[in-house]
Design a protein around this ligand. Sequence first.
Ligand code: G3I
Length: 370
Amino acid sequence: MPYLRIGMVMCVLQLNGWGGDQGGLMSAYEDAFLVGAAINRNQVAGGEPKALNLAREHFNSVTPENDLKWEKVHPEPGQFNFGPGDRLVALAEANDWALIGHTLVWHQQTPDWVFQDEDGNLASAELLRERLKDHILTVAGRYRGKIHGWDVANEIFNDDGSWRESLWYTILGEEYLYLAFEYAQKADPSAELYYNDYNLWKASKREAVINLVQALRKRGLRIDAVGFQGHYGLDYPDLKDLEGSLKAMKMAKIPTMVTELDISLLPFPNADQRGADISLNFELQAHLNPYPDGLPPEMEKQLTKRYVSLFKLFNKYQDNMTRVTFWGITDNTTWRNNWPVHGRTDYPLLFDRNYQAKPAVEEVLKLSRN
Ligand code: G3I
């Protein structure tokens, strides 16, 4: 009898939303969207078992933080490094994680040789087209049927909506983007295909992406969703702007995902450059690193509040949102410790340096129950 009573009390507590994390974020949001995290090579190799445990408890999707980028997987002509990718595929299969391929075409982390001919001059359009095709057919082809979705192209636009003057664009013009989607579809017909970018809350950039999706569709090319990276702060972006873009995508019948969510609690040296341009590198100064020894409770509260506001918005648009992925598992390995200033102590994720859930986790779980 006492067991029955304890069971009943626990049941009532759970119905009231006070029963702990009850299977974690992925279960709480299973009717809404996938919940994922970026995972790094060391974690995949088992070097951080507590981070893996958190991933197993809370996430049903993972994205390799670096290992499927061109420079990692295809460092030299004809030389592919599939070891880390293969290990991740096996881990994802064992854990039933929806695996996201990141990323096939980007202006960063692409070796110089890709854009050069044998003499070190700028590659011809023909040569670059051939290399793009070979890369996508080989990499996406190897993981055919094993990848839930590919970030086919990453960050091709400037914030004002113009095309980024990358070497891809200089040599091939807009064509490179259409080719990338064409090759990806050919390489793995069952994988979803995405376009991924930061600062999509800016109307100019959002419009450029909507136009791009329409242009792809007009050419008969498939694109399944647009990824909003989500490298945010406490005071940016204004959630009205973010909602404006989520709404515009929905109106244009373009499914959305949040693909790289984190909320920095540190000052950003130049507000105009907020986003995720990894070429930024400001000098480390004490005032830019205010919490090296721990987060004041007031800041913890602000982080919780910000996550709650964001998840309320995601919930509102869940019928057009397929996934929310955090860019990392815990604060100790987040890229935001090193960007846009190297060597800071930031606190942008839901799990702290001791692998403990922050107060924000319980609040985000509670939201799902409401
Ligand atoms: O692997 C080398 C290692 O061999 C070497 O000893 C070490 C020395 O610096 O560098 C290692 O490579 C680093 C790599 O991360 C793996 O740790 C690169 O220097 C470093 O630049 C790279 O940073 C990554 C960055 O993309 C550039 O690829 C971050 O971890 C990763 O979080 C970040 O992710 C991007 C997304 O792909 C696209 N959206 C923006 C997002 C944040 O910048």
